[in-house]
Design a protein around this ligand. Structure first.
Ligand SMILES: Cc1ncc(COP(=O)(O)O)c(C=O)c1O
Length: 350
């Protein structure tokens, strides 16, 4: 820390992003990226963009917002786009959480929630998942704080059912419920259709996973016009040009090609089955994932040593500590990548 740092920095434990190694080529199954390319229209959009970069981008991201609204069946006034969904979450924390409201989220979830709580000075009420790593809906009903839930949940991949999620939203009419749907496209249910019914529901989405655009940084919030106006107040107080011209163009192209991405998501789910079958054959257990990753463990082996042994063999997965220290998180890769991983796991476990 420098001698100029603010008092806030002293208590800040920043988020640790997954490794993006530059030293050699790995089979990279550690950061839940897509194993498939963006749709062909994205490649065309990139080629056309250089001549437009001289000018500032459209701060309203009008065309991207319209494409996302069309895709989701909502109005453009219900959408605001962001620099990845991390920024959407940051804006939501800024808009709807302060030291008075507080924020409530599970102990095992996306690692950025506690970081945002710390950086924005919001008291976090962290609720343990149950023994099987499920969100217990009663823990979030009639909350005293803003509620943040990833659904499917990060690190576990487990989906909270539609009915339970709606009960949480309905029982918190005076709190905003932020539902982070980063992984919803891999077989889970979206609660976007509920935004007309509940003015306290804010849904956060991203093109980093199912849109194969992690490097473009395209995310968004969906909610009632009033909630979106609040997010826009934060955005225009922070970085009005938050989504660059390139990101707007590729995001729009991707949002318009639903068919391509539906097929890609189906392929992810098929490969997820293939991975789970292989893990079972190796005597490993895993949580029931609706996401593009699987949290798996081998009885008697700690997750860290599995992670290290795989890395040595050229396969990167992710390892976390705490309650899931026994597990490794494996992103869903191509069939070839999964087979490679399974062969290496077999060698390690023999
Ligand atoms: C649950 C969840 N939300 C949000 C994000 C952020 O994604 P991005 O900022 O790339 O949109 C991630 C990334 O891994 C995530 O797991």
């Amino acid at each position: 820390m420098s001698r100029f740092s603010s008092s806030r920095l002293a208590f800040l434990k920043p988020y640790t992003p997954g490794e993006q190694p530059q030293d050699k080529k790995y089979i990279k199954l550690n950061t839940n990226e897509a194993f498939f390319n963006p749709c062909p229209a994205v490649f065309d959009a990139v080629g056309e963009i250089a001549g437009k970069l001289r000018l500032y981008n459209d701060p309203c991201a009008t065309r991207l917002v319209r494409a996302i609204a069309d895709k989701l069946g909502v109005l453009p006034e219900n959408v605001v786009t962001t620099n990845g969904s991390d920024e959407a979450l940051a804006f939501a924390f800024m808009a709807f959480c302060d030291e008075k409201t507080g924020v409530r989220f599970p102990d095992v979830t996306y690692g950025f929630y506690p970081v945002f709580a710390a950086v924005f000075g919001v008291k976090a009420n962290i609720i343990p998942l149950d023994e099987q790593f499920n969100v217990r809906s009663q823990d979030y009903m009639h909350a005293k704080e803003t509620v943040v839930l990833a659904n499917p949940n990060a690190q576990t991949g487990i989906e909270l059912g539609r009915r339970q999620l709606e009960e949480i939203i309905a029982s918190n009419p005076d709190n905003v419920v932020i539902v982070d749907e980063a992984y919803v496209d891999f077989g889970a249910h979206s609660c976007v259709p509920l935004i007309d019914k509940y003015d306290n529901l804010l849904v956060v989405r991203t093109m980093s996973k199912s849109g194969a655009l992690a490097g473009a940084r395209v995310g968004w919030c969906v909610g009632s016009k009033q909630l979106i106006d609040d997010i826009n107040t934060v955005k225009y107080s922070f970085n009005p040009y938050n989504v660059g011209t390139m990101a707007q163009a590729v995001g729009e192209a991707a949002a318009r090609d639903g068919e391509y991405y539906a097929q890609a998501a189906a392929q992810v789910m098929e490969n997820r089955d293939r991975l789970q079958k292989g893990l079972r054959e190796l005597g490993m257990s895993f949580l029931p994932s609706k996401a593009n990753f699987v949290l798996a463990k081998k009885q008697g082996r700690d997750g860290k040593s599995l992670y290290s042994a795989l890395k040595e063999k050229g396969v990167l997965v992710r390892h976390f500590g705490g309650r899931i220290a026994d597990y490794i998180r494996i992103s869903i890769g191509s069939k070839e990548e999964i087979d490679f991983l399974l062969c290496r796991l077999k060698e390690i476990l023999q």
